[in-house]
Design a protein around this ligand. Structure first.
Ligand SMILES: *Cc1c(COP(=O)(O)O)cnc(C)c1O
Length: 381
C-alpha cells in the first residue's frame, strides 16, 4: 500500500508566503545586490524591530534558537561547575545548551496545563551549585513567571528563559524572555514567526549580557571583521536572507496570531464535546494566565498513539511534542540531574499531540480534523 496523501499537513506556510511574495522579493533583491549576506543592515533592522515589539533593550540576532540559548548562557556567565534547573518536558536544546557551555542541566517536573516548570519542583532541586533556573514557555502560554522570579530572587539565582516559542507572549506586561537576565527567540520555520531556514535571537535588558552575546556570535570579536578575538566565540550570525524573510513576515505577524487564536477557539468549541477523552488546552489555576499566543494547539488523549495513527491514515498531519521526557533521552538519562521524579512530564509525553495550526489552515480543514477526531472516538470506543 502506498503512503496516504497528506491532505492537511501538520505545517505549511505556502499560502502566506505567496501572499507576501512581492514585498519579500524586493527585500531579497536588495540582499542579492548588496553583497552583504551574513549579518548586515537587514539584521540590524530586524534586531531593532524585535526590540521594539518585545520591549527588550537589546535583541541580538544569531544563527538559530539553539545557538541563542548557548550564547545567552555563556553571556550570563554560566559555565563548568554550575547547575541550571530546566523542565524535563521541552525541546532537547533547553538541556543540551546547558551541557554545551560545560554546565549541568537539572531536570525537574512540570505543571499540568501549562506544561511549564513547576516552581515547587524547581525549589526542591536547588543545591549549592545551582546558578540559574531556566523555565520554558511552551505551545501557547508562559510559565508561572511571578513564582519563578520570586524563587530565583529568594535563592540569589539567575533567571533565564527558553522563550524560543514565546514571540508576543506577555505576562503582567512583560514579554517572554524579559523576566530575568534574558531569553531567546527561535525563528525556526514552524514557529509563530518563522523564517525559511534557521534563525534566532537573544533578548535581554542587560547591557553587558548583550555586548558579550554580540561578541560571542562573531568568533569573540568586539568589532566584526577586526580579526581580534577577545574570547572563544562562535560563528552564529544571522543571514541577511533570513532577516529579509523575517522583516517581511513581521508585517503580518499580528494578523497571523489573531488567525491562530481563531483556529484554536474553533478547535476548542468542537473538541469540548469529546471531554474527558480529549483534553483541550487549559490554564492551571495556580498560574497567572498571560496573553496566550497559539504557536501549537496541543491536546491530550488517553489513546494518543492510536489517534495519531488514525489521523495519519486519514491524511491529517500531527506532531508529538514531545515523545519522551528529557530524563528518558539517551543523551541525558545518565546525568545526575536526570534523577528527579518527573511523573507529569512522563505522562504528558505519552498523552500529548499537536494538531495542525497555522494561518494557512482554513475553517473547513479545522472542521475536518475535529470530525475525524470525533469519528475516531465513535468508531473505536
Ligand atoms: C525551537 C525551540 C528551540 C530551538 O530553536 P532552533 O531555532 O530550532 O535551534 C529551543 N527551545 C524550544 C523550547 C524550542 O521550541
Amino acid at each position: 500500500m502506498s503512503a496516504p496523501r497528506e491532505e492537511i499537513p501538520f505545517f505549511t506556510g505556502a499560502a502566506s508566503l505567496r501572499a507576501g511574495w512581492a514585498g519579500l522579493e524586493a527585500r531579497l533583491r536588495t540582499v542579492a545586490r548588496s553583497g552583504r549576506f551574513t549579518y548586515g543592515p537587514l539584521g540590524r533592522e530586524l534586531e531593532q524591530a524585535i526590540a521594539e515589539r518585545t520591549g527588550a533593550r537589546h535583541a541580538v540576532a544569531v544563527g538559530n534558537g539553539t545557538d541563542a540559548l548557548v550564547i545567552l548562557l555563556r553571556a550570563a556567565g554560566i559555565g563548568p561547575g554550575d547547575e541550571v534547573i530546566v523542565p524535563a518536558y521541552t525541546f532537547f536544546a533547553t538541556a543540551s545548551s546547558v551541557l554545551h557551555v560545560g554546565a549541568e542541566p537539572v531536570l525537574v517536573d512540570i505543571l499540568p496545563g501549562s506544561y511549564a516548570m513547576d516552581p515547587e519542583a524547581a525549589r526542591a532541586a536547588i543545591t549549592e551549585r545551582t546558578r540559574a533556573i531556566m523555565p520554558v514557555h511552551l505551545f501557547s502560554q508562559m510559565a508561572d513567571m511571578r513564582r519563578l522570579r520570586d524563587l530565583a530572587d529568594e535563592h540569589g539565582l539567575l533567571l533565564l528563559e527558553d522563550s524560543a516559542e514565546g514571540i508576543d507572549m506577555v505576562m503582567g506586561g512583560v514579554h517572554a524572555g524579559l523576566w530575568g537576565k534574558g531569553g531567546v527567540l527561535s525563528f525556526f520555520p514552524t514557529k509563530t514567526l518563522g523564517s525559511l531556514g534557521d534563525a534566532g535571537m537573544v533578548l535581554t535588558d542587560d547591557d553587558e549580557v548583550a555586548a558579550r552575546a554580540r561578541r560571542l556570535r562573531s568568533h569573540g570579536q568586539e568589532v566584526d571583521g577586526s580579526y581580534e578575538y577577545l574570547e572563544l566565540g562562535y560563528n552564529s550570525r544571522l543571514d541577511e536572507i533570513q532577516s529579509a524573510v523575517l522583516l517581511t513576515r513581521l508585517e503580518t505577524l499580528g494578523a497571523e496570531i489573531e488567525r491562530r487564536a481563531e483556529i484554536a477557539a474553533r478547535y476548542d468549541r468542537q473538541l469540548a464535546a469529546l471531554a474527558p477523552a480529549v483534553r483541550t488546552p487549559w490554564f492551571p489555576e495556580t498560574a497567572e494566565p498571560g496573553n496566550p499566543v497559539f504557536y501549537v494547539y496541543l491536546i491530550e488523549s488517553d489513546r494518543r498513539d492510536a489517534l495519531v495513527e488514525y489521523l495519519t491514515e486519514h491524511g491529517v498531519g500531527t506532531e508529538v511534542y514531545y515523545p519522551r521526557a528529557l530524563t528518558e533521552q539517551p543523551a541525558l538519562a545518565a546525568l545526575a540531574g536526570a534523577r528527579h521524579p518527573v511523573p507529569v512530564a512522563v505522562a504528558a509525553s505519552r498523552r500529548a499531540v499537536g494538531l495542525p495550526l497555522y494561518p494557512d489552515l482554513t475553517d473547513d480543514q479545522v472542521d475536518r480534523v475535529c470530525e475525524l477526531i470525533a469519528r475516531f472516538h465513535k468508531e473505536t470506543p
